[in-house]
Design a protein around this ligand. Structure first.
Ligand code: PEP
Ligand code: MG
Length: 584
């Protein structure tokens, strides 16, 4: 029976394919007595061999698709798999205690995991994580249970999952994964943001897809309107094929603007930049005509692996980004871990409110070795292009000052070592906590630029968790409360002669764009896939016209009123456009 499920449109586009349920099965281990111990050891060896072949395949695939650092995770797993210190005691236990392989593996592996986890040494803690992963894989073979691996999907599918972590998302193979839909999450959760940069259509926050969609069911995913249709009729399939074709045609039109500057009808230039997560994303930025990188989320470099990236690895990534951008500005944000972005190997205690907790700059100012390593890598990369640095989650002036002084210390150390560092690095901050928006006039005297992070600014101003679909109605970028805060930040910066960007999702929102133009935003940074659409909109807007209505907008009472008003202006513009082409 056809079923239509509504959710949040998280990444544009339409996909039509079979459902692939991505769920982690439960691995239940029971103790049994075995009579033929040699046969049981053989069964264990067989599971080891199958796991090895599987891991080699994954490693090779990861190397080709995702690069060396991601592949290194699986190389570490292969080492665990052949480590006699782990494997021999398991065999001895099977033989000595006449127990089944599952039980022996579970017991011995847990003993090592507990032992390594209790150690202070970071390297040992990481080994515990590796052993846990490998044990899961061997167990799944012993129990005959399949662990789904998103990177190994080899037919066209739409992924159905309760949630996808950012590292799950990073492993999706774009060739086959045509879209995904989840029960939880919002438009600004990081898997949604990554879907946009990977140009994979996505509908999140449906609450029920895992309940309503069977593996293999035929599914239409509408990432434009936030709908998932299960078992559609032929008529509905035709309708969506037409909608998909129209969207593709629209994209072809936008693509013609790739080399244009973003200048409004009345000659006002704004910069359209892209948000990226990895150096590989630069390709999409250039293909979509990005005029810079407004936000490089460096945390992805730290994720999907078992230990911190070294200074060298980081340097290579930052250098690759600035070099490929050939002198265009690249704003790199220092590590913003926490919230929905976890680093299991840091082994931080679970928190009641991770979005309000020990994260981002708070964590970096305390774990200074880690922070200084990143800053050194950034400083070294600065000579290869136009690199700017910004700090995330700044709540107080003291945090900004401390972060900046650590940066200066590292710069001086490098210079004393004779290592070249650019003298022109601008140092700015994200404005994503209401306290810093309110105090923007004070910050503006000390920063080189601001970048407004509306994903968090909205969540903190409205007190609405950005991951919780139940309160997603409070994600209101057009709420006058948000618009007034944005105005405060822009005005404060301009008064000090500083520039202001926006790297939250609001910057690419078609209702918000005319308002932000009127407010004087200098740089709009968004998913690369949104740039050409935004450019086509801005080319038809007039800065002077938006200036004349901005006071009126700021004095409106609700988000809905603002939205209605902007839509009316847009409709009028289209009508006028048609009228003039008609009379010409
Ligand atoms: C933001 O908060 O708006 C932002 C750009 O940062 P992130 O989405 O990574 O938290
Ligand atoms: Mg943020």
């Amino acid at each position: 029976m056809t079923n239509e499920i509504l959710g949040i449109a998280a990444s544009s586009g339409i996909a039509i394919a079979k459902a692939f349920r991505l769920e982690n099965p439960k691995l239940i281990v029971e103790k049994t007595t075995v009579l033929n111990m040699n046969q049981e050891v053989e069964r264990f060896e067989q599971a080891l061999e199958t796991s090895k072949i599987e891991l080699e395949g994954i490693k090779e695939h990861a190397f080709k698709e995702l690069g060396e650092d991601k592949a290194a995770i699986f190389a570490a797993h292969l080492l665990v798999l052949s480590d006699p210190e782990l494997i021999n005691p398991i065999k001895e236990k099977i033989k000595g205690e006449q127990v089944n392989a599952e039980f022996a593996l579970d017991e011995v592996a847990n003993m090592f995991i507990n032992m390594f986890e209790a150690m202070e040494n970071e390297y040992m803690k990481e080994r515990a994580a590796d052993i846990r992963d490998v044990t899961k894989r061997i167990l799944s073979h012993l129990l005959g249970v399949t662990i789904p691996n998103p990177s190994m999907i080899a037919e066209e599918v739409i992924i159905i999952a309760e949630d996808l972590t950012p590292s799950d998302t990073a492993q999706l193979n774009r060739q086959y994964v045509k879209g995904f839909t989840t029960d939880i999450g919002g438009r600004t959760s990081h898997s949604a943001i990554m879907a946009r940069s990977m140009e994979i259509p996505a509908v999140v926050g449906t609450k029920t897809v895992t309940n309503d969609i069977e593996n293999g069911a035929f599914v239409i995913l509408d990432g434009l309107d936030g709908k998932v249709i299960v078992n559609p009729s032929d008529g509905v399939i035709k309708e969506y094929e037409a909608k998909k074709a129209a969207y593709e045609a629209q994209k072809v039109e936008w693509a013609k603007l790739v080399n244009e500057r973003t200048v409004t009808k009345d000659g006002y230039h704004v910069e359209l930049a892209a948000n990226i997560g990895t150096p590989e994303d630069i390709k999409g930025v250039l293909e979509n005509g990005g005029e810079g990188v407004g936000l490089y989320r460096t945390e992805f470099l730290y994720m999907g692996r078992t230990q911190l990236p070294t200074e060298e690895e980081q340097f290579d990534a930052y250098k690759a980004v600035v070099e490929q951008m050939e002198g265009k500005p690249v704003v790199v944000r220092t590590l913003d871990i926490g919230g929905d972005k976890e680093l299991p190997y840091l082994d931080l205690p679970k928190e009641m409110n991770p979005f309000l907790g020990f994260r981002a700059i708070r964590l970096c100012l305390e774990m200074q070795d880690m922070f200084r390593t990143q800053l050194r890598a950034l400083l070294k990369a600065s000579v290869y292009g136009n690199l700017k640095i910004m700090f995330p989650m700044i709540a107080t002036l003291n945090e900004f000052r401390q972060a900046k002084s650590i940066l200066i210390e590292e710069k001086e150390k490098l210079q004393a070592e004779g290592i070249a560092v650019s003298e022109k690095i601008e140092v700015g901050m994200m404005v994503e906590i209401p306290s810093s928006a309110v105090m923007a006039d004070v910050f503006a005297k000390e920063v080189d630029f601001f970048s407004i992070g509306t994903n968090d600014l909205i969540q903190y101003t409205m007190a609405a968790d950005r991951m919780n679909e139940r309160v997603s109605y409070l994600y209101q970028p057009y709420n006058p409360a948000i618009l007034r805060l944005v105005k405060m930040v822009i005005d404060a910066a301009h008064k000090e002669g500083k520039w202001v960007g926006m790297c939250g999702e609001m910057a690419g929102d078609e209702i918000a764009i005319p308002i932000l133009l009127g407010l004087g935003l200098d740089e709009f940074s968004m998913s690369a896939s949104s740039i050409l659409k935004a450019r086509s909109q801005l080319l038809n807007l007039s800065k002077a016209e938006m200036n004349t209505v901005i006071e009126q907008v700021l004095n409106m009472k609700t988000a809905e009123e603002v939205e209605r008003f902007i839509k009316e202006i847009e409709v009028e513009k289209v009508l006028n456009l048609n009228k003039s082409s008609f009379t010409r």
